[in-house]
Design a protein. Structure first.
Length: 264
């Protein structure tokens, strides 16, 4: 049995950064594994470790060669191998919408033929949260989104899941497999990569794929989303710092609230 886990490298800017055109300058960015994808990896690896069946966990990402350092973290945490998709067509710098990503990931899924696909609910950078469901639609799988508890025995045709809905409501449901599940944070406790795991990850396969390798062309990543402007937002209110002893600060805060009409 095979589990395909989609992972993404996300960029986090430093507290002080500079913008050049429509991008934050590279020197102010730090790259890491997307938080939600970390939980998806852990869920897949736990399922593999707890099962008596032979399960292969394959991580897949869309990213340049630089992202291999990030995807090796997935390998260090227990994924068996990885696929990295990149092509000159991605160099245009366009923001891929969920449907464009889904078309690329679907081509990988068609080659890998997984029983289960795990994705993170959303990404730290764009917070769109639609790729997993779009992927399920693209490959014709059943799906469940925002999964915060998951039970499945390898080889079964049904997975039992808990879904986190709006307003604190939880749904308990069964999902026929093969299926795509978008994994919520808190479903498990992602492990730290051990030194042994990190060393082993260096010898695990990361297969580079182009759009052509997957039977796709540039039209597969056409997207209606674009960046028109990038700027640092300006503060719409003033900040007032209150100093002194605890009693003095409490008194000044109380007076401030009374002046604002918040307290009497």
């Amino acid at each position: 049995m095979k589990i395909l886990v989609t992972v993404k490298e996300v960029a986090e800017p430093e507290d002080d950064f500079e913008i050049s055109g429509l991008e934050i300058e590279e020197k102010f960015l730090e790259y890491d594994l997307n938080e939600w994808d970390d939980y998806a990896i852990e869920e897949a690896v736990q399922l593999k470790e707890d099962s008596e069946e032979d399960i292969e966990v394959v991580a897949v990402t869309i990213g340049p060669e630089r992202s291999e350092e990030t995807i090796r973290m997935a390998l260090a945490k227990g994924a068996d191998r990885a696929v990295r998709v990149w092509d000159d067509a991605f160099e245009k710098g366009e923001v891929l919408d969920p449907n464009a990503k889904a078309r690329v990931l679907a081509a990988v899924a068609e080659e890998e033929n997984p029983q289960l696909v795990f994705t993170g609910v959303q990404a730290d950078d764009d917070s769109i949260g639609g790729t997993g469901v779009a992927l399920a639609e693209e490959i014709g799988f059943q799906w469940a989104a925002v999964v915060n508890a998951f039970e499945y025995d390898a080889g079964d045709d049904v997975a039992n899941v808990h879904r986190e809905l709006e307003g604190g409501v939880e749904e308990i449901t069964e999902v026929d497999t093969p299926a795509v599940f978008t994994i919520q944070t808190g479903i498990n406790e992602p492990r730290y990569a051990s030194l042994r795991g990190i060393r082993q990850a260096q010898s695990k396969e990361i297969a580079p794929k182009t759009l052509g390798d997957l039977g796709l062309d540039d039209s597969a990543i056409e997207t209606p989303i674009g960046i028109n402007e990038m700027y640092e937002p300006t503060s719409e209110s003033d900040t007032e710092y209150i100093e002194g002893s605890a009693g003095d600060m409490a008194g000044e805060v109380a007076e401030l609230l009374r002046n604002k009409g918040v307290a009497e």
